[in-house]
Design a protein around this ligand. Structure first.
Ligand code: FES
Length: 165
């Protein structure tokens, strides 16, 4: 297998992506009130919100940078850091907490060296916590890439996460 980097191809891809973002931001010049929608579009492009893009939004749409950041950090669905290929969400709502949710977070933190909101160095997993996922009877609940897993235990979680390695 050829492992050499095709720098020209990477450069072209970056330029295309940058031009796309520029066009996206410009398309919202007359719709500043739809900032959330613009941020969703940007996140769909990169899978997170690069900080330089937030600065570009602020300058182009003439919205204070503090306002752009406060919207970007208010909603849990937005991420300011690159995310892993798989997202693990551990519920720490009251029902899941009393049934051992925190033990699951501790196990992931120990095994993968990441805390809530962080991504493993190999970009495999991003760990998130939630306050209640609306299925308390199944607690403790863990969601991996949108798949709900109930009555979770550290051993069960170990087996599930191994499948994503
Ligand atoms: S507290 Fe975890 S699903 Fe409700």
């Amino acid at each position: 297998m050829d492992n050499t980097l095709d720098l020209a191809a990477i450069q072209t891809a970056l330029e295309k992506s940058s031009a796309k973002v520029e066009a996206l931001i410009n398309s919202y010049v007359d719709k500043k009130e739809q900032l959330i929608s613009l941020l969703q579009d940007i996140q769909a492009e990169f899978d997170y919100l690069p900080q330089e893009t937030l600065v570009k939004i602020s300058r182009t749409l003439d919205i204070p940078l503090s306002q752009v950041f406060s919207v970007a950090t208010f909603f849990q669905s937005f991420s300011l850091k690159p995310r892993g290929r798989h997202t693990i969400t551990v519920c720490l709502g009251t029902a899941c907490h009393v049934k051992g949710g925190q033990r699951l977070v501790d196990k992931i933190s120990r095994d993968y060296k990441i805390g809530p909101g962080e991504t493993t160095q190999d970009e495999r997993f991003t760990l998130e916590t939630a306050n209640c996922l609306g299925c308390c009877a199944l607690g403790p609940v863990v969601v991996v890439d949108g798949k709900y897993e109930g009555h979770m235990t550290p051993d069960k979680l170990d087996k599930i996460l191994k499948k994503y390695e």
